[in-house]
Design a protein. Structure first.
Length: 152
């Protein structure tokens, strides 16, 4: 009788531990929301950012992207690299300087085929600083190099 009670208590403790750890593990593995919920397709097709809706989502490179409608979602899923920002949640100007600074999703530039999202605050406008630079390709190379470090 005593052995049965001990086994039962141990099983209950293990089950409780597993249940408690389950949601935490799921939360750790949940893809991060990209570009604060704005639709990457809107930048290219509408020329400005539009907030996406939770019912139209896709996961790409461990980030959740939202879209305004099923048509945008379909376009993204067909070619995510064509729409996803080069640095989903980081300002490329600041990355080029070796700093990790969040973006303002309304402060953007489409450079060639790349969507670039910049920081903006009272102290600095990343897009303005980027545009002042003579060699934006060099900035982009430095940003890509530093992005790898910050995302690792």
């Amino acid at each position: 009788m005593r052995t049965t009670t001990m086994v039962s208590l141990l099983a209950t403790a293990l089950l409780a531990s597993a249940l408690a750890a389950g949601p935490a593990r799921a939360q750790e593995q949940a893809p991060r929301l990209a570009i604060e919920g704005y639709s990457p397709v809107s930048y290219f097709e509408e020329g400005h950012p539009e907030m996406g809706l939770p019912e139209f989502t896709a996961v790409y490179k461990d980030r959740t992207y939202r879209f305004t409608d099923a048509d945008q979602l379909e376009k993204f899923e067909a070619d995510p690299e064509a729409y996803a920002p080069l640095f989903p949640n980081h300002c490329p100007y600041n990355l080029a300087l070796g700093r990790e600074v969040r973006i303002d999703p309304t402060n953007f530039k489409i450079a060639g085929d790349d969507l670039l999202l910049f920081h903006r605050s009272e102290e600095m406008d990343g897009l303005e600083k980027w545009n002042e630079h003579d060699d934006q390709e060099e900035l982009k190379r430095r940003a890509e190099s530093n992005y790898t470090v910050f995302e690792f």
